[in-house]
Design a protein. Structure first.
Length: 164
């Protein structure tokens, strides 16, 4: 496959996954970027998970959502895609229906996209891989939903009302 053809396919995959409506539980950052990873790997791209930390308050959500009890610091999963000697940041988290409330990523297939959250810290590749494995564990998921489930539901409900 030629480079331009490969980039066109990558852009097509990105738009397809990006526009799957984001929601918790369901298509969160990990799930959406996992789907994109599989699609890109099917076209011979080298892809790996990456993780950063952010504060929910930095997303500028309505106060009524932020008032729902939750852990303020959170991790976010996105992808890194190999392009030549460089790893590009690629994040298909927010769907384009949310363009009025969140910044939506676009990808040209050859440069970084924006990361969906205002990162306060990016993890090393080794720490990112360990975090992705940890967060997929049943124990982690149970603890996370116990601590943050009501917030996640309020956030998802709000997003659904904002979606165009």
């Amino acid at each position: 496959m030629e480079v331009k053809e490969k980039q066109a396919k990558a852009r097509e995959y990105f738009r397809f996954v990006r526009d799957i409506p984001y929601g918790l539980p369901g298509y969160d950052c990990y799930a959406k970027n996992s789907v994109l990873r599989v699609l890109l790997e099917s076209s011979s791209f080298k892809v790996r998970f990456a993780v950063c930390e952010f504060y929910w308050k930095d997303l500028k959500l309505p106060q009524k959502i932020l008032a729902v009890p939750h852990e303020e610091k959170c991790t976010h999963t996105f992808l890194e895609v190999k392009s030549g000697q460089k790893w590009l940041k690629v994040d298909a988290t927010w769907d384009s229906g949310l363009k009025d409330v969140l910044e939506i990523a676009n990808w040209d297939g050859k440069s970084d996209t924006l990361v969906a959250v205002p990162a306060i810290k990016f993890y090393s590749q080794e720490k990112s891989q360990k975090q992705v494995i940890l967060e997929a564990s049943e124990e982690f998921l149970k603890r996370d939903w116990k601590a943050n489930g009501k917030f996640y539901q309020a956030f998802s409900d709000w997003l659904a009302k904002q979606r165009k």
